[in-house]
Design a protein around this ligand. Sequence first.
Ligand code: SAM
Ligand code: SF4
Length: 433
Amino acid sequence: MNVRDSEAMAGLLAQLGYAATDDPAEADVIILNTCTVREGAEDRAYGRLGELRALKRRRPGLLLGVAGCLVQQERERVLARAPWLDLVFGVHNIHRLPELLREARDGCMPVYEVWDRSDRDRPLSVLPAHRTGGVRGFVNIIHGCNKFCTFCIVPYVRGRERSVPPADVVAEVRGLAAQGVREVTLLGQNVDSYGHDLTPRRDLAALLELVHEVDGIERLRFTTSHPRDMTRRLIATVARLPKVCEHIHLPVQAGDDEILRRMHRAYTASQYRETADAVRAEMPRASLTTDIIVGFPGETEEAFERTLRFVEDVRFDAVNTAMYSPREGTPAAAYPDQVADEDKRRRLAALNRMQERIAAEINTALIGATQDVLVEEPGRKGGMLGRTRTNKIVTFDGAADLIGRTVPVEIVEAGSWVLRGRRAAYAAGRQPA
Ligand code: SAM
Ligand code: SF4
C-alpha cells in the first residue's frame, strides 16, 4: 500500500514538472515514504533521514520531505528528531503535496501538515499515479481498518475503513490496462470488508466480477484477506472467474487459540482451518500463504509449539514471519507478559526452518510441471523473471520481448522461494490461462 501511495506522490511531482532520478545526489526533491508496522522499519527510516542530512548539507537547495505512517504516529516528534527536514505530511495529506511543496520552497520554516484519521467524511481523492511502466499494477479498494488487532498500529495511523466506489476502481483498472499493465492487485488492509460502507452495499466478490470485465487485464489478485471475513461466496467467485488467480493470502498470525483471542483476531485455529480447507476444496491447486507473529505477549513454549504444529498441518506455500514488535499506543504493548527477545529470536528461527522445509517440499513437487508464467522483468542473474498464477516467482532463459506475455515454462529446479524453469510448449489445444 505504501508503494501505491508513493506512486501517487510521484504522479503529483510529475504533474509539477519533476522528472524521476535514481540518484539521490541529483534530486531536487526527496520524499521518504515511511512504514511503522514494526520498530525495525521505524529505525530504518530515522537512519535514512540521518544519511540524507549529509546530502542536504552539500546541497542546501534540496527539499527533503517525509511522509507515511511514521509521521502519522510520531507527529511533531519527527521534526524534533530531524529538524533539517523541509516538509512533513501525513497519509491523509498526500493530495496536498503540490501546495505543501510550494510552501516549503518559498518559506523559511519547515512545513508540517498531518490530518487526523477521524477526517472520515473527506472524499477519497483520485490521485494521479506515476507508474514505472511495469506488468503489475496496484489499486487501493479500501483504506484503513476497523479491526483493532491488539498488536497492530494500522487502524491508528490509517484510520477507519473507507471503500473506494466500484466505478472509481474500474476506471483506475482501465487506466492501468491502457498503460500496458497485465496483472492488477486490489489492495486493502482487509479487502474482505470491501463495500460494507457503500450505498448500496457491495462486496469483494461483486467487485471482482466488475473488474473481471476490463479488457487487457489478464490476471487479478487481491490482498489482504481476513480469516474472519472471508466468505464461501468469495472463494467460489475466485474459483469461477478465470482471471482471478488461485492464490489466497490469509494471515493467521498464530496457531494457538488463547494467543488468537488475546490478539482480538476473532477466530480460532480450527475455524481458520475450515476456511483453508474450503479454499482447497474449491481450488485444489491454489496456493495459500500467511503471516505469523512469534513472541506475542503471553506466548508460552506450549503455545508456540501449537503454532508450529499448525504450520506443519496446514502446509502453507509461504509464510511471512515476524517477531512481535511492541507498538506504542496499542493494547498489547502494555501487556505485562512480554516475551524476551532471545526467545522471540529462537522461535522465529525454528518457524523459519520448518517453513523453508515445507515450502521446498511443496515447490519440489512442481518439478516437471508446466506453469503459465506472466513475464515481468529481466532476472537479476540474467534471463527473465515472472510469476505463476499461484504467485510463485520463476526465472528462466528468455529475452526481453517476452515481458508482458504469458508463456508456458517447465519447472526444472525448486527452492523455498524461487523456481527455475525452461521455456516449454503447450500441449495441443491448450492455451495459456
Ligand atoms: N490486515 C492484515 C491482517 O489482518 O493480517 C495485515 C496487515 S499488517 C500491516 C501486515 C503484517 O504485519 C501482519 O499480518 C502482521 O503479521 C505484521 N505485524 C503487524 N503488527 C505487528 C507487530 N506489532 N509486530 C510484528 N508484526 C506485526
Ligand atoms: Fe492490523 Fe490487519 Fe488487524 Fe487491521 S486486520 S488491525 S490491519 S492486523
